[in-house]
Design a binder for this molecule. Sequence first.
Ligand code: ADP
Ligand code: MG
Length: 457
Amino acid sequence: MTNEELWKAVLGEMELSLSRANFITWFKNTSILSKDKGAVVVSVPNGFIKEWLENKFNKRILLSIRNFVPEVREVRYLIGRPKIELVKHDFSSIILERGMEDRPNNDSDKDIDRTTNLNKRYNFESFIVGSNNELAHAACLAVTKNLGKLYNPLFIYGGVGLGKTHLLQAIGNRILNENNLKNILYISAEKFTSSITESIMNRTIEDLKARYSQLDLLMIDDIQFIAGKEKTQEIVFSTFNELYGKNKQIVLSSDRPPQAIPTLEERLRSRFEGGMIADIGVPDFETRLAILKQKSHEKVYDFSNETLVYIATHIQKNVRELEGALNRVGAFSQIYNRVPDIKEVKNILNTYLSSPYRKTSPQSILKSVAEFYNISSNDLVKRSRKKEVVRPRQVAMFLLREETKLSFPEIGQKLGGRDHSTVIHACEKIKSESSIDEPLKQELVLIKERVYNSFDK
Ligand code: ADP
Ligand code: MG
């Protein structure tokens, strides 16, 4: 294995466990300078990156290298231009492979249409229908056949990596190709918000509003991001009314139903609830296997059925992870130029499945709870008894108890020095309520997803 191949494999692994932005930040322009006597020297572009890799990623990098070269004992980082050619790890294609279209406007993404923000890859043909997404899929298809007339707005919600972006974009692509309508826009709520802020600064907000009001089809992804953002909500509201009044189609996605989005203006909530709401759940085994077969076909992988069954059995909650695991096996067969047998597959996925990256920290739980309820982490710790923070605080206590090894007194300590009996009470309360209160149960699932889907904490 050459240094270049080795680093490529390591990057492949890192990429699976990090958010896209993080991956690019920390690993762009890195390479292996040399490898001898148990030490690998990695070239990094600057001191900042060096420090981060040493402090935050060293263990993972070492583990990953040892997967391929077990005798390596140490990794060192060196600032400077690499003497050998840089590894040409294709960052843009990885992003597309993983389908992380969080920032569809990224200019380096060559497959993304500049005016609509659509990526052709997301279409109905490549979407596998199962009992978990049947309703959402049918609603999306129906919308393409009755644009603006049947379900308006269409509101799709579901957890991370379950196909919301895929479905939204599939609608856009279908309309673009078959109806010949040009005024189509797919946009993430984050991007939507930042263009509003920008145009307020540039005094072009009227132009922006005029542009949105011309649309035939507007898709806003991850609409929960507009929670607490008043100006954005105002523009969403006026755009909504304008388009709705002209029978123009609006499609929205979110990680939760409209009534569970905190600090969403009532008038917007009722608009969102005025059309059709469909949810996407976790795929069952058959659907997971079908998705793996579809993805293998797309990528011309030739893995045995046993391999696919193994992956489908062990990864259950997130289609993006399912793809990630498949790609990992794919990386192996590229490096070794052969299809791995089932024993090797188990080995390859072993570190991924039981990966230490899935462990969490109290900070990460507090951060995720705060983000979810749109309050600050500090509110959780403070002495306030306001209703908006009491419940999140109890949820935080419950999750700290469930997901970490902290004792009741330790949890009380973390949350502003509260008594352990308060913590016990909170844990019991959330536990018993979540067994009968479906929205609360769903909230807990979503927060946990957040905890385990962000790796930079
Ligand atoms: P979300 O927006 O809900 O977080 P995405 O739409 O980005 O999820 O889906 C994550 C990845 O999984 C994408 O690559 C997408 O193509 C794929 N995916 C999700 N659901 C399906 C499905 N039913 N069939 C095929 N691919 C799917
Ligand atoms: Mg998405």
